[in-house]
Every structure is written in structure tokens, then in C-alpha cells.
Write a protein that binds this ligand. Structure first.
Ligand code: PFF
Length: 463
């Protein structure tokens, strides 16, 4: 590809990749599973997963993208020399597209809740009503769909502006904004009476809660949070300049991702403890975000007060920004793929992707309302997209990526790219390859089996 754009600066590249990593997973999942699974003990295990599994795979994806300067499918085709391993790239593109379909739906919900918070619509709402507010919103055939169009419209706008004036420029504005909002929300939260109990819940070291399923959860979370195996990092890295330090960039992105995830805990738990709610009864995900938290914020900051209104609005706007930057990275995977593989302009490719995502996203969105009767094994369309990507596509992609990078990819190529052709020292090269060959495939293979319920079945069989 001759006329490909690159990111214009190192910080732009880091912020774009961090924008992909920091998403809903950091805010609506990480804090709750940390608090419920041993606090700091869980964080420690999570950090090990990042270092042992996440970083090697992230570096490999960066390397393949930057070496080939091609979209993910093209990149794997080049480095696999036409062998069947090229399918790993195609799988990544498919996974990215698949996730974007349901991820955008949640992005749209965050917009609606930002609006509801700004309109002070949660004033005087009794605690037990929040569930029905959420379900009557999601089952409405129009409102979530309109927000969805708006959300995808913003993503489309950024993508069509290109790599430098779209993705990079936008990341340089949105990521600092996100960080400022996180800091402001943390400050407001930790000043609440009883906040220390919440922080203790998050940070207490309790290894008694750690069992094999907790470790597997930590691995799965690290994987999703770092945006691995979906083509995003490979695609973004294809816009990295030749002198970008891949390992340093990967470390920076992981650090930003983890800091935001931990700070999200400092936002959420102080208010939960302030109102005396039992954090063990809260379910991570949509239920936490759209049912428990609007109630918690009203109670903690004063029903209907200006402060509650602003805090709640900033929180949902934060979720929106986090979801948006991740959605942009997912859209870019598909856009780069269509544009380069089918040789059409970026604008045409982006439009095609947007149309397809809007159709499938709408189906996911309507699966809480008019299409709720379409079910498979008790799952509606949205849940099917969510489960299939989380349980099958992601672990499979991760497994294949690590095997490919460790066993198949030319090691000289790996070392050359990692060291920027000898400019940088890469003393960890052998360790990296060892991890990719043995540790990651075994660990991810176990997550995969766990997601498929194999371990549960064995546990049940053993009584
Ligand atoms: N990492 C994002 C999160 O934590 O929410 C989600 C995500 C974005 C996953 C982009 C995958 C991806 F390619």
C-alpha cells in the first residue's frame, strides 16, 4: 500500500491504542469483579495476566501490523506467506466487526443515560423502579435505535476523516478528556462519607477468594480489556512509524488501561458503600451500570441535587467516551480491511461498514423489544453476539495469535522489528518467545475450555 497514512506522533499512536483498550470493560466489569474476587489479590493476578499473556500478544500484534503496514487480514497473509495461518487475520477482522455490532448498542445506552442524567430524570425515582426504567427503555423500538444511529454516526464521522485528522486528532482530545473526568469523579467519590470502606473493599488483599475460576476470569478480563485478538492493535500498528518503540508503546497502553480500570473502582465503590448497599450483590455489566448506579448516585450525592445530576451526567459521558474510542478502533479494523482488500476508497469502505454495522446493531438493539422472541438457548440476538465473541472468537483468536507468533512467525523478523532493526536492545526477546510458545497457549487454552463450560462439567462430575 503506497499512499497509506501514518500516525503523526508517538503520543498520538499511544493515545489511539489506549483509546481502544480503555472501554466499557474497564468501568463496568473490572471494579466489580475485583471487589468480589479478593481485591488487591485479584489485581495482582490481573497484573500477572497482563505481563505474561497480554503484553507478549500485544507486542506481537503491534509487530505484525507495523511490519506489514497492512490491514489485519492483509498483514497475516503477508507474514504467513500464504499458508492457512492467514485465516488468523481474517478471524480478527470478523471478531472486531462482530463485537462492534453489540458494543455500539451499549454505547448508545450510555448516550441515553447521559441525557437522562442531564435532564435530572432520576430525581425522586424509588430504588425498585430503576430496573423497569431500563427495561422499558431498551424494549422501546425507537429510542435506543435513534441513539444507536447517533453513536454509529459519530464513529463514522471520525473514521471518514482519516487516520491523522480523524482517529489521532480525536484520540488526542478524547483521551485527556476521559482522564480529567475520571480524576474529577474519583475526587468527588472519595470525599463521600464512608468512602474508605469502599476503597478497602477494592484494595484489601484477600487470597482466600482466589480459586481457579478467579484466575480464569482475570485472564479473560485482561484479554478483552487490552483489545487483543480483534485486529484493532494490528490495524493501529500498521499506522505506526518505523521508529515507534513497540514494547514501550505496549507497556504504556497497558499501564493506562490498568490505571483507568482501578480508578473506576474508586469512582464506583465509595458511593456504593456510602449508601450501605452490598457490593457482593451487584452484577457487573449492564445491571450495575444502568440499574444499580443511577440509584446509587442519587442517594449518595443527594436526590435531585445539582451535584447528583452533574456527577451522574459526567459518569455516563465518561462511559460514552470510553465506548466511543473503542468502537472507533473496531470500525477501523473493518474499514481498513474493506478498503485495502477490495481496493475501494476509504470513504466507500467506511460507508459500507457503517451500513452493515447499523443493520446488525439495530437487530441487537431490537432484541430487547420487538425481536425479543428470537432466541437461541435462552439468549436473545444481543446476548448471542456477546457470548459468541467472548466465549469463542476471542479466546480462539488469542490462542491462534500466540501460537502463530511463537511457533510460525520468522524469529529473525520478530527480533528485527522488536529492536527496530538493531537500534534498540531487546534483552527480553527470548523470554517473549518462550511465553508465546508455551505459557500463553496453555493459559488461553484453559480460558477457552472454561468459557465453553468444560471445567464446570468436570467439577460437577467429580461431585
Ligand atoms: N478494550 C475494550 C474494553 O475494555 O471495553 C473493548 C474492546 C475494544 C475490545 C476494542 C476489543 C477491541 F478491539
Amino acid at each position: 500500500m503506497n499512499n497509506r497514512e501514518n500516525f503523526g506522533s508517538k503520543i498520538g499512536a499511544i493515545l489511539a491504542a489506549a483509546g481502544s483498550a480503555v472501554g466499557l470493560g474497564n468501568i463496568w466489569r473490572f471494579p466489580i469483579i475485583t471487589g468480589q474476587n479478593g481485591g488487591a489479590a485479584f489485581i495482582l493476578i490481573y497484573l500477572c495476566c497482563i505481563v505474561l499473556l497480554g503484553l507478549p500478544i500485544m507486542i506481537s500484534e503491534f509487530l505484525i501490523g507495523r511490519y506489514t503496514h497492512a490491514n489485519t487480514a492483509g498483514a497475516y497473509r503477508i507474514v504467513s506467506n500464504g499458508s492457512p495461518w492467514k485465516w488468523v487475520g481474517r478471524l480478527g477482522v470478523f471478531t472486531g466487526w462482530f463485537i462492534l455490532c453489540y458494543y455500539s448498542v451499549v454505547g448508545a445506552w450510555t448516550l441515553h443515560y447521559t441525557y437522562l442524567s442531564a435532564a435530572n430524570a432520576f430525581q425522586d425515582v424509588p430504588a425498585q423502579e430503576y430496573g423497569s426504567i431500563f427495561s422499558s427503555f431498551t424494549s422501546n423500538p425507537w429510542i435506543p435505535t435513534i441513539w444507536l444511529f447517533l453513536f454509529i454516526g459519530v464513529v463514522h464521522y471520525v473514521i471518514t476523516r482519516g487516520v491523522q485528522s480523524g482517529i489521532e486528532k480525536f484520540s488526542k482530545i478524547m483521551m485527556p478528556t476521559l482522564f480529567i473526568i475520571v480524576v474529577l469523579l474519583v475526587i468527588c467519590s472519595v470525599l463521600l462519607p464512608g468512602a474508605s470502606e469502599g476503597i478497602k473493599f477494592l484494595l484489601v488483599v484477600d487470597f482466600s477468594k482466589v480459586d481457579s475460576s478467579v484466575i480464569l476470569q482475570a485472564m479473560g478480563q485482561a484479554f478483552f480489556s487490552m483489545s487483543l485478538a480483534m485486529g484493532c492493535l494490528c490495524t493501529y500498528a500498521s499506522y505506526f512509524a518505523k521508529n515507534t518503540k513497540l514494547a514501550t508503546t505496549a507497556i504504556n497502553v497497558s499501564v493506562i488501561d490498568t490505571i483507568v480500570a482501578i480508578m473506576a473502582g474508586f469512582i464506583i465503590f465509595p458511593s456504593i458503600f456510602n449508601i450501605g448497599m452490598d457490593p457482593n450483590e451487584i452484577q457487573a455489566g449492564a445491571s450495575l451500570t444502568f440499574i444499580s448506579l443511577p440509584n446509587v448516585f442519587q442517594k449518595a450525592f443527594g436526590n435531585g441535587t445539582f451535584f447528583a445530576c452533574v456527577f451522574s451526567m459526567m459518569f455516563y459521558f465518561l462511559l460514552f467516551v470510553a465506548a466511543l474510542t473503542s468502537a472507533i478502533s473496531l470500525h477501523e479494523v473493518a474499514t481498513a480491511y474493506v478498503s485495502e482488500e477490495f481496493e475501494v476508497t476509504r470513504k466507500k469502505a467506511a460507508t459500507l461498514v457503517t451500513v452493515v454495522i447499523t443493520i446488525f446493531g439495530t437487530l441487537c438493539s431490537l432484541s430487547f423489544g420487538p425481536l425479543s422472541s428470537i432466541q437461541f438457548k435462552g439468549l436473545n440476538i444481543f446476548d448471542m453476539f456477546d457470548s459468541f465473541s467472548g466465549m469463542v472468537l476471542l479466546p480462539l483468536g488469542g490462542l491462534l495469535t500466540s501460537i502463530f507468533a511463537g511457533w510460525v512467525l520468522d524469529q529473525k523478523l520478530y527480533k528485527d522489528e522488536l529492536s527496530n532493526h538493531g537500534e534498540l536492545k531487546a534483552p527480553y526477546f527470548k523470554l517473549l518467545i518462550f511465553t508465546l510458545r508455551f505459557i500463553s497457549p496453555i493459559a488461553i487454552g484453559m480460558v477457552f475450555l472454561d468459557q465453553l463450560g468444560v471445567f464446570n462439567t468436570i467439577r460437577e462430575l467429580l461431585g
